[in-house]
Design a protein around this ligand. Structure first.
Ligand SMILES: [Zn+2]
Length: 319
């Protein structure tokens, strides 16, 4: 009987494998054919070289953003293919941009707007206010094994349930993700405004005022997740090489394709930073207990704070 099951298992594995290969081959063919030869050549060239400044800092090439661009336009094709260019041209036309099929500054700008609009936190900053931090007693504590290097932190309980569901799904979907227990662990979650202000003062680094004044982490719904890091780099290092490395990992690729199903959106400049914007998943907490979200009143320093918050919203600064 055991032999029979073993044979059945290997037969089904072979079938799965060949079906996957066939699907990949079909995609490859579809992606390589059609018009848009010039656009695909331009994309291949600009991928590593185009000077862009989508988040207020000059960058060489748009490879870091390629996975999110592909998801946004809805193509499985690689960024240097005709299929990618054709799908991009349709997206550009739909968004009243020049439908060239090549990625340019105008297109990156439109994409960035779309990505940032998906983050309610940014909308609140644009209004010049900053979300009030929840009472810490209302937050749920993560287990030590969930924290990167055993770090304990807290999150909104619904966000934590959604995050746990998402991580479990990622590990089930991809053995490579499951094999590395550090992968998708929580590097940072809730940070109180007081904690961020103290860190800012101590490190003389306020991350362009964002961290000290109004970080998404004060909401309890923002989380930095381990998606890999270059040797010697922090998993939240915004070094360009580190970010590029992270966007190529299976964990990040899986998140880009699937996090939306669990109510998470990415601050695209930071492959590790995800915000929960979903509806509460089924868990033991009664929905009616969820209090409406408050907005902190614009404080005494508001006059000077407002332009800074606008600046932050414009650049989408976070950490
Ligand atoms: Zn973060």
């Amino acid at each position: 009987m055991e032999t029979f099951f073993a044979a059945l298992m290997s037969a089904s594995l072979i079938l799965t494998w060949s079906a996957g290969t066939r699907v990949a081959a079909v995609f490859q063919n579809a992606c390589a054919t059609g018009a848009y030869q010039t656009a695909s050549r331009l994309n291949a060239a600009s991928l590593d070289t185009a000077e862009i400044t989508p988040f207020g800092r000059s960058e060489a090439g748009w490879k870091v953003y390629a996975p999110q661009i592909a998801r946004t336009i809805g193509t499985p094709c690689a960024p240097d293919t005709k299929g990618f260019a054709a799908t991009l041209a349709s997206w550009q036309a739909k968004h009243r941009l020049h439908a060239t099929g090549s990625v340019n500054i105008e297109t990156i700008g439109a994409m960035k707007s779309a990505w940032q609009q998906a983050r309610p936190f940014i909308g609140e900053l644009r209004d010049g206010s900053c979300p009030e931090a929840p009472a810490e007693a209302a937050l749920a504590e993560i287990a030590p094994r969930e924290g990167w290097l055993g770090k304990i932190s807290k999150l909104d309980p619904h966000a934590l349930t959604a995050l746990r569901n998402m991580i479990a799904a990622a590990r089930r979907a991809d053995p490579e993700i499951a094999a590395d227990r550090q992968m998708l662990q929580i590097v940072s979650a809730f940070r109180s405004p007081a904690y961020d202000a103290a860190r800012c003062a101590k490190e003389h680094n306020c991350n362009g005022v964002a961290r000290a004044r109004c970080s998404a982490h004060r909401t309890g719904r923002a989380v930095d997740i381990y998606v890999g890091a270059l040797p010697g780099k922090s998993p939240v290092s915004s070094d360009d090489a580190n970010r590029l490395f992270q966007t190529q990992t299976p964990a990040y690729r899986w998140l880009v394709a699937n996090a939306g199903r669990f109510g998470f959106v990415n601050y695209v400049f930071e492959p590790w930073h995800w915000e929960w914007v979903g509806t509460a998943p089924a868990d033991p907490i009664v929905l009616a207990e969820l209090k409406p979200r408050h907005r902190a009143p614009v404080e005494a320093s508001a006059t000077s704070l407002k332009p800074l918050l606008r600046l932050k919203a414009m650049f989408g600064l976070s950490d």
